[in-house]
Design a protein around this ligand. Sequence first.
Ligand code: UTP
Length: 408
Amino acid sequence: MNRNDLSLLLKKHNQEHLISYYDNLSQDDKYKLVSQIEKVDWKLINLIQQENQQEKSGLFEPLEGMRIEQIESSKNFYYDLGIKAIQTGKVAAVLLAGGQGTRLGCDGPKGMVNIGLTKEVYIFELIFNNLLDTAKAANTWIPLYIMTSIKNNEQTISFLKEHAFFGYPKEFVTFYIQDMTPSVDYGGKLLMEAPDQLSLSPNGNGGWFSSMIKANLLSDLHYRQIEWINVFAVDNVLQKIADPYFIGATIATNHLSGAKVVKKANPKERVGVLCLEDGKPSIVEYYEMTDEMINERKDNGELSYAFGVILNYLFRLDKLEDILKYELPVHVVEKKIPYLSVDGKYIKPTEPNGYKFEELVLDMVHLFDNCLSFEIIRENEFAPIKNATGVDSISTAQQLLMKHGYDL
Ligand code: UTP
């Protein structure tokens, strides 16, 4: 595209500022910038005016799931079934590690954060230990795929190599890189992070499967004869990975997907709640729930919408392939986005300054015909590290880990 066409295109979309540094760029850098601009999905920018229209609007009903007592009563059966699925090589795990951890304020990959008190204990280390626990119980290795982003891929790989994958065999670990999307300021202007570079950020954890396909990993999954994929976040240091009970219960009850859930600490807890929307499983965010839904109770006094997701899902691979044809909704998320100011300074804001566009794994659940809501004991399996201080922070995770006898 020549300068004139570029200028016309940017004018049409009200983004002429992107050309401010163009004339001083080298030929290669001009090419780099133009190729990024050509890839911009202009529809995304209109979404910032329509944020509320993204909210779910179907008919919601509670989803009865499998509760702790029920799991307890059949636990040996589920465990054996889950272990068998793992031992016959039907289960893979996907670690979502492409996020930027802006709330935590870490510069590099969140998994590299040391949460030890008297020694080094890395988030990645705890995650690998959790996977090792299952691998040891099943006496086999579980293929692990790690999704990174272009921003943290190299650092993640070299960190894990340096630590010898915390004891996991590297032949069973595969990395792939997720897609990126542009970010905008509150007025809808695309942000730049360098004169030849739009401010691009990872496109949310919902792109994990499509990015896997783009990375040509579907044939790998088929070659390994994988049937189930356990997808999980990097920041819940207590979670069980490829949990045989969860896998066994999902298979035994003929579900196509499963979600680990915890009982909400209080009706207004800020978690996504697994329920039914128009008869299909759906995760409704806390800000999408009406007061009526938040407070509705069953005859026995329990909350009707009582169980929140923890970002640990099980999906059947053949069904994931079926739903690839559907587009996931794009969420407009307010974030702190580093950018190049008009006078050419690189600014790292301390407060949110614009929007990123993200697809979320929780929206995949609605594309499945059913989903097992599998209850876990919160304090045993849920220690997320999201914020620098306060709730769901390093210190709350440390306390929970120490309660479980971890030496930090
Ligand atoms: P979060 O939604 O908590 O995002 O991610 P985050 O990037 O870690 O943190 P904030 O919101 O910027 O503070 C939940 C999980 O999804 C992964 C994260 O790495 C984490 O494991 N994720 C998130 C991705 O893999 N890619 C993304 O684009 C976003």
